[in-house]
Design a protein around this ligand. Structure first.
Ligand SMILES: [Fe+2]
Ligand SMILES: [Fe+2]
Ligand SMILES: [Fe+2]
Length: 426
């Protein structure tokens, strides 16, 4: 049976943006708040509907290039960091998606001061980038430990202090206009901001279908993978392995396409885990393991909150569940774990074992088989899927390797090479 899947674009973008703001209470709702301020300023300035969409999306993802928790906090605190690095990384990642070409340029320029532009606000790129910079500057001045209407006057004064140097005076004027209203500040600080943006944001009535969802999932695949050089091709491998196992199993095209999306998003919850844990050599402590266990919870939370993607959310988030109920974080029983989840779980273990990690080299076929076989005997993973994988080992392995080679090429030739040029290690 063919079932057409479509979701609200605003909800999709907001959910994906939210995951990177869950990294730390210090950056809680940072991108959402920046998007709200940017949209309000843009409306007062009077931009076109298309420009409003681009400004909204750019603001929602403006710090996407700060992939690690550590980087994100350093930028937010205004610490000693090269701000260009996250702007460049954000541009490289976003420009992979054909829809986001203009958004990528805005993100590239979101820390470029007004005095460094040699053009006017008549240039859409200058205008959009300046609006995001203004919104980002306002948001970073907010102190979360003080009531907003006890600090808004001081924020307005501080923003007036950077007009003409950091932000164009005309835009500061637009901001002053909206900042007069208490309603603006109260909406901004509301725990319901997500819903305010969802119902009043530029994409509130735009739906996208499966090819569009798949494109955005691919973008997130790279963001998740490039968080650490040790796992730079992991998601690409899991997604490829899931896809080929699903087709060998005889699932329908609709199911295979949905599983590919689930594969691309299965570790999206890892965006909230600090790299010191992800990249640790050796065994994790009990407290680190407890932190690690939240990643599939957040994978479920973020995909399910998009609405209409329950299957994909389960397939993606159940990859550490075990058929005997001993997995985490849901402790599902075998009846709750369907074929898609079983395939993805085997694909995840297979890919992880074959990869080099900071503490060990990648395993060879026989070693991988032993581990998977052991788990199947203990009734933790599905023995039929394990057999399917090893009956077709050469085809599966070649397909996974090919996808991982492509991902590695992009990572080293585009991502790391550009970063090396601007003197950054990661
Ligand atoms: Fe930034
Ligand atoms: Fe920011
Ligand atoms: Fe995982």
């Amino acid at each position: 049976m063919k079932r057409q899947i479509s979701v609200n674009l605003g909800n999709l973008l907001l959910s994906l943006s939210e995951i990177t703001d869950l990294m730390s209470p210090l950056v809680s709702q940072h991108q959402q708040k920046t998007a709200f301020i940017a949209v309000e300023v843009a409306k007062v300035f009077g931009v076109s509907p298309e420009m409003l969409e681009n400004i909204f999306t750019a603001a929602l993802f403006h710090d996407i290039g700060a992939i690690t928790v550590e980087e994100k906090i350093a930028i937010h605190k205004g610490g000693k960091v090269n701000l260009d690095v996250h702007c460049i990384k954000g541009e490289i990642l976003l420009s992979q998606t054909p829809w986001f070409q203009k958004v990528a340029k805005i993100v590239r320029n979101h820390h470029r001061n007004w005095s460094d532009w040699e053009d006017t606000l008549a240039n859409p790129l200058v205008l959009s980038s300046q609006i995001v910079l203004l919104a980002d500057s306002v948001e970073r001045l907010i102190r979360s430990d003080r009531y907003i209407l006890h600090q808004n006057g001081s924020i307005i004064e501080q923003i007036k202090g950077i007009q003409d140097s950091v932000v164009a005076k005309e835009l500061v004027g637009c901001f002053e206009e909206i900042a007069k209203r208490e309603e603006f500040w109260l909406d901004l600080m509301s725990p319901r901001l997500y819903h305010v943006l969802l119902s009043q944001g530029p994409y509130h009535n735009v739906e996208i279908d499966m090819p569009g969802i798949a494109l955005i999932a691919t973008l997130f695949r790279d963001i998740i993978d490039f968080k650490s050089r040790f796992t730079a091709t992991h998601t690409s491998g899991v997604s490829a392995c899931t896809e080929i196992l699903a087709s060998l199993f005889g699932l329908t095209e609709v199911e295979i396409n949905s599983l590919r999306v689930a594969g691309n998003l299965h570790d999206i919850g890892k965006l909230v885990i600090p790299n010191r844990i992800l990249e640790k050599r050796g065994k994790l402590t009990r407290s680190e393991t407890a932190i690690m266990k939240c990643h599939t919870y957040y994978t479920f939370y973020v995909i399910n909150s998009i609405g209409g993607l329950r299957n994909i959310a389960e397939w993606a988030a159940y990859h550490h569940e075990k058929l005997d109920g001993s997995g985490y974080p849901f402790h599902c029983q075998a009846v709750e774990i369907d074929t898609g989840s079983r395939i993805l779980a085997v694909a995840d273990i297979f890919t992880a074992l074959a990869e080099d990690r900071p503490y060990r080299h990648g395993m060879v076929k026989d070693e991988i088989y032993q581990v998977l076989q052991e788990e199947a005997i203990q009734k933790k993973i599905d023995s039929h899927i394990v057999e399917l994988l090893f009956d077709n080992y050469a085809v599966v392995n070649e397909y996974v390797q090919e996808k991982q080679r492509t991902a590695k090429k992009f990572y080293t030739q585009r991502f790391l090479a550009v970063l090396a040029e601007c003197g950054s290690q990661q």
